[in-house]
Design a protein around this ligand. Structure first.
Ligand SMILES: [Fe+2]
Length: 377
């Protein structure tokens, strides 16, 4: 073998090794990204995508624009750096729909399109990557200017394309999940409204309890997944009352012992009604235990941390609404009286940590006195 041939084989081998190593790096990045994107909602994925661009490319500015198919405009869904949150583009804007790299160095060659792009985004260096799911166009990912002042090069574009295409698939799935979740929640809402319409005393109770529970949950820093589960649990928490005789629910006076024990069955009945929905496991547990007492004297005798946190939150939110609403056998309490009673029950009926969060919320500007329920016929 001649020296020339040996050199050529050496170069070929070197190129193959580099190629393999690049492929390996790309695959391993995709694997790590998949793990990180899994379980995140749309906003979480967008935030992570921007963080990745900052950490891997050192960008100063980045924006994720989503296509609104109704208006045909691209609006800013997430951004970092000095991007204006209200920036939007027309769908027809041709600069957005293919991967583009524009640097000031290119504009020096008097290339008007590149110059126009950089001027419109007010930057020296720009990368635009379309975000396409398997079935739908999601929008575009745009990054501008590196913190070290260097310009983008083709390697940056390849890296960003890899990350963005992976993110686009996860965003597409998350959007679909979100859509199904909205449909599910709206269906539950209509169902609960129909249920409440047959009772003279519980109009609006479910919506108010849901609002209270979520306000408390936010102060307790529950994550987005738990918040969504709590929303569904709150909307469904009294579904078991469907089996409670209407004469008891609508009784215009004090309930006797047997009527109370009938009412007390509703968490168990509610959990039974939903028991076929395996993906609702935590929701079902929350409904089953939303009338447990923190000291273990409730229906099932569960106490303290053995009661699911969502059920402990729901218990306080439910009781707060019950105390601040008129009932056939008693008048509603004032906010001050309600706070006193909830504080009095902390550690016995309610989790003291949840009570503290509830009081914090009631004393915060976020608390708005609910409107009086509409007069019922
Ligand atoms: Fe209840």
């Amino acid at each position: 073998m001649s020296n020339l041939e040996a050199d050529r084989i050496k170069e070929d081998l070197k190129a193959t090794v580099t190629e393999l190593s690049d492929t390996y790096e790309e695959l391993s990045l995709l694997y790590r990204l998949s793990e990180e994107f899994t379980g995140l909602g749309v906003d979480g994925i967008c935030r992570l995508l921007l963080q990745k661009a900052v950490s891997l490319l050192g960008i100063k500015t980045g924006a994720i624009l989503f296509l609104d198919s109704d208006s045909g405009r691209l609006y800013t869904r997430a951004y970092t750096g000095r991007w204006k949150a209200d920036t939007s583009f027309k769908k027809e804007d041709s600069i957005l729909w293919r991967a583009i790299l524009s640097n000031k160095a290119i504009t020096v060659c008097n290339h008007n399109t590149h110059r126009e792009r950089l001027e419109r985004i007010s930057c020296d260096s720009l990368l635009i990557i379309p975000l396409n799911g398997k079935k739908q166009t999601i929008g575009v990912f745009l990054v501008a200017d590196k913190a070290d002042g260097r310009e983008f090069y083709s390697g940056d574009m390849k890296l960003l394309t890899t990350i963005a295409s992976q993110a686009a698939l996860f965003i597409e799935n998350a959007l679909l999940t979100q859509e199904m979740q909205t449909f599910l929640i709206e269906t539950i809402r209509s169902f609960v409204k129909a249920l409440e319409a047959s009772s003279l005393w519980t109009a609006g109770h479910t919506e108010r309890v849901t609002r209270y529970a979520l306000s408390i949950a936010e102060l307790l820093r529950l994550d987005a997944h738990e918040i969504e589960k709590l929303r569904i649990s709150s909307l469904l928490h009294d579904i078991g009352k469907i089996a409670t005789p209407k004469e008891i629910l609508n009784k215009n006076g004090k309930l006797d012992d047997s009527e109370w024990s009938e009412i007390r069955r509703h968490p168990i009945v509610g959990a039974e009604i939903l028991s076929g929905l395996s993906s609702f496991r935590e929701v079902i547990e929350c409904i089953r235990y939303h009338h447990e007492h923190f000291d273990g004297t409730g229906i099932h005798g569960l106490c303290g941390g053995d009661i699911p946190l969502m059920a402990r939150i729901l218990a306080v939110a439910d009781a707060f609404d019950a105390m601040t609403s008129d009932r056939p056998y008693r008048k509603k309490k004032s906010i001050e009286e309600t706070i006193d009673e909830i504080l009095d029950c902390a550690g016995r009926q309610f989790d003291p940590v949840v009570v503290r969060a509830c009081i914090e919320w009631l004393k915060s500007p976020d608390y708005i006195v609910p409107p009086e329920p509409e007069a019922r016929a």
